[in-house]
Design a protein around this ligand. Structure first.
Ligand SMILES: C[S@@+](CC[C@H](N)C(=O)[O-])C[C@H]1O[C@@H](n2cnc3c(N)ncnc32)[C@H](O)[C@@H]1O
Length: 453
């Protein structure tokens, strides 16, 4: 507002809730007024709304705009003042990144207030419902060039950088909307439907409160954007699963659902809130800053987290055991006994025990993990601490362990040359996840070499 004052000789009023403006001091031609915009707006030639209307539902926006209409200057019967709105117009900007920004803001508005980001048609409806007879949309209201602040080239770089920052601020919305879809069973419901499912069909079977039916399309819109559902336009929009959504089905043998529910559980995400504190103290992990226990101690005391973690590990091992048994058969030839150290629920060892019925397989893990598990023919469970002793065997398997006959290690090799952009990012994410939750690290080949020689 003060920048407006310096540029134009106008009398400006900042109007906000009393608690926001009560302590603020005005100046020559600037004053602060406290009040409620649903009751009345101070009269003026121009009423400015920057980033306010997107906080409110359509019904509330119409009420606010009616107050604005009432407040702007009239000449006789005719209103000559105007309302200037600085806000997002969904679909108005080109570019993958700014489309994403608009969708992310939309969800942020849905979750924190009752607002939304509108496209031009939705804005127009508000204006007409509030009694305005015309409107004009100017793109690039942020045009810094026209304000002679910076040149055109750096203005567009600045806008791109701003979009990039926004998308990083809101990246958690991508994770959290996916978690919500999985918790509501959306992938499973669409799969069971057997053909593309319309929005009304989806809404009718989801376990949601009737008052929330109107919001489902916004959840689906971001998940279509992030590649989990594809959208066809039959008579109305209809959704199908992409390959990624199939990996989140409950009964997919390769399901990544348990891992998603683990990693996005508040117990784990709380550690991320403690990351900067951890950098400033001598705790071993951000997890222990958050929970005053190591991850392993916490899982030993909290049955819910223990189950969540063991199931997440087991789901990853189904695919890994199939791959190892089929592609790396030679490694196990001639081996008569094997211990899977930190073997969790034993999914990996079960796969190996089935493929090699003459091999004695032991799953070795912490007592709270294996105490209730039953072995079978050539598979047994042993509880203990690998820092004290590991049961003897011809082959020791370490899968998903960050510490180290034959030792077989199934783990990530960072910076391996087969990586595309996506998998390099995955490796970096995993590395940070290990640092935050368990004082581990993802290693490149050189680091593995140093570790084991
Ligand atoms: C990252 S998980 C890997 C589980 C399994 N190998 C897999 O890949 O699915 C690490 C495992 O090590 C176990 N673990 C942690 N500390 C241990 C210890 N001191 N002794 C034995 N097992 C331990 C955990 O309970 C957990 O099952």
């Amino acid at each position: 507002m003060e920048s407006l004052l310096n540029r134009f000789q106008v009398i400006c009023t900042v109007f906000d809730l009393p608690r926001v403006v009560s302590d603020l001091q005005g100046s020559k031609n600037l004053k602060y007024v406290g009040g409620d915009m649903f009751e009345a707006v101070p009269p003026a030639d121009v009423i400015l709304h920057k980033w306010t209307l997107h906080d409110w539902s359509d019904e509330d926006c119409v009420k606010i705009l009616k107050q604005c209409k009432h407040a702007i200057t009239s000449k006789g019967q005719q209103k000559v003042g105007k309302v200037i709105i600085i806000d997002i117009v969904r679909g108005s900007q080109n570019g993958e990144e700014s489309n994403e920004t608009q969708l992310l803001w939309d969800l942020e508005m849905m979750v924190t207030v009752t607002g939304l980001e509108r496209n031009e048609m939705e804005w127009a409806k508000l204006f007409f419902d509030a009694g305005f007879i015309s409107y004009k949309i100017h793109n690039h209201m942020y045009s810094l060039k026209s304000m002679e602040l910076i040149n055109e080239e750096s203005a567009s770089e600045l806008l791109q950088a701003q979009t990039h920052v926004w998308n990083h601020i809101f990246n958690f919305i991508n994770s959290m909307t996916l978690k919500c879809a999985v918790q509501l069973g959306i992938p499973d419901v669409i799969q069971e439907h057997g053909k593309p499912m319309t929005l009304s069909e989806l809404v009718s079977v989801l376990p949601i409160h009737p008052s929330k039916a109107q919001y489902v399309h916004r959840l689906m819109r971001i998940l279509v954007h992030s590649g989990f559902f594809s959208q066809q336009n039959l008579n109305q929009e209809a959704y199908s699963l992409t390959q990624s959504a199939r990996l989140l089905l409950k009964d997919n043998p390769w399901s990544m659902r348990p891992l998603l529910l683990l990693e996005l559980d508040p117990v784990l995400t709380k550690s991320w809130d403690c990351l900067s504190t951890w950098f400033q103290n001598d705790e071993a992990t951000a997890f222990s800053v958050a929970h005053e226990n190591t991850f392993w101690e916490y899982a030993g005391q909290d049955g819910r987290l223990n189950n969540l973690f063991n199931e997440a590990m087991a789901s990853d091992s189904i695919l890994a055991s199939k791959l190892v048994v089929s592609k790396c058969k030679g490694i196990f030839e001639g081996v008569s006994s094997l211990v899977d150290v930190g073997g969790g629920l034993g999914t990996m060892a079960k796969g190996i025990a089935e493929a090699f019925p003459h091999m004695d397989c032991t799953v070795f893990d912490l007592p709270h993990v294996v105490s209730d598990l039953q072995g079978c023919k050539n598979l047994k469970y042993v509880g203990g601490d690998m820092f004290q002793a590991v049961p003897p065997a011809e082959a020791i398997l370490l899968k998903g362990q960050k510490k180290a006959g034959k030792v077989i290690i199934i783990d990530m090799v960072r910076e391996n040359l087969n990586g595309d952009e996506g998998s390099i990012e995955t490796q970096l994410f995993f590395d940070l996840q290990m640092m935050v939750e368990a004082s581990g690290v993802e290693r490149n080949e050189k680091e593995w070499h140093i570790h084991y020689t």
